[in-house]
Design a protein around this ligand. Structure first.
Ligand code: NDP
Length: 256
């Protein structure tokens, strides 16, 4: 087998949370292009089904859309079942769904803080646990968590204290689960992107640009397609000896 063959995902089934727009869409498309059958889970089931149909036509793979709210364990269990029904087993989960609010710490209401943790940490936890039970039965799998450089740095003036803390929790949960689940054949890694042009990041705001983009080594933000190849790599046999890693992809941002 040549080195490029180790990146192929033929015969694998992947589930991407929040996989119909933003970074999640780029991950869904890249996994299907690499050969996987893909389930796109999101709160807008109709949008997930529409995007899944488009990706199936584009890539020739089986791509399904399904309703999924990661904060609801029954919904998570149902989405994992959809993936198992599609491919006979679930091989790859991308925990991409995320929530972010920009507000100074003194003004953050408890409900907002809780909502961020419910999605970014507890939602990721629920999906990982349900998926890992399925993967363990099947002999292994790969879980890829979408963390952030916000786990390591604090951005301003778009303060986001709950988000920053939640992503730090994602990175450490990645390491914890990787250690526990390695004997089950399950690898758990995270990707920590810098600023990526999606609805979440205010990359076109002039103050944000001046402070956070023009002052960075590459002086630019990323497009979602620039993060997706690393997710394919972590899903594939090419990364077989990687678990518990957090891969930073930030154009050099965190070197300063
Ligand atoms: P978007 O806001 O474009 O997408 C967020 C996605 O998460 C949407 O599909 C959203 O669905 C989904 N989502 C939120 N809550 C839930 C939930 N309870 N159940 C299911 N899906 C949910 O942002 P990005 O694409 O930028 O973000 C994707 C991931 O990347 C996030 O984890 C984010 O923190 C991370 N990230 C983003 C960076 C960036 O600069 N953009 C940088 C670093 C990390 P819905 O349409 O229903 O709201």
């Amino acid at each position: 087998m040549g080195v490029l063959d180790t990146f192929a995902l033929d015969g694998r089934t992947a589930l991407v949370t929040g996989g119909y727009r933003g970074l999640g869409l780029a991950f869904s498309r890249a996994l299907a292009e690499a050969g996987a059958d893909v389930v796109i889970g999101g709160r807008d089931a109709a949008a997930c089904e529409r995007v899944a149909g488009e990706l199936a036509r584009e890539t020739g793979r089986q791509v399904l859309g399904t309703g999924l709210d990661v904060t609801d364990r029954e919904s998570v269990t149902a989405a994992v079942e959809v993936a198992r029904d599609l491919g006979g087993r679930l091989d790859v989960v991308v925990n991409n769904a995320g929530a972010c609010f920009h507000r100074p710490a003194l003004e953050v209401p408890d409900e907002e803080f809780r909502a961020v943790f419910d999605t970014n940490v507890e939602g990721l936890w629920k999906m990982s646990q349900v998926a890992a039970r399925s993967m363990a039965d099947a002999g292994g799998g790969s879980i890829i968590n979408i963390g952030s450089i916000s786990a390591m740095i604090v951005n301003r003036p778009q303060w986001q204290p709950a988000y920053n803390a939640s992503k730090a929790a994602v990175h450490q949960l990645t390491r914890s689960l990787a250690a526990e689940w390695a004997p089950l054949g399950i690898r758990v890694n995270a990707v920590a992107p810098g600023y990526v042009k999606t609805e979440m990041a205010p990359v076109d705001d002039p103050v944000f640009r001046a402070r956070w983009i023009e002052d960075a080594p590459q002086q630019r933000y990323a497009m979602p397609e620039e993060i997706a190849p690393t997710v394919v790599f972590l899903a594939s046999e090419a990364s077989a000896f990687m678990t518990g890693s957090v891969v930073t992809i930030d154009g050099g941002y965190t070197v300063f």
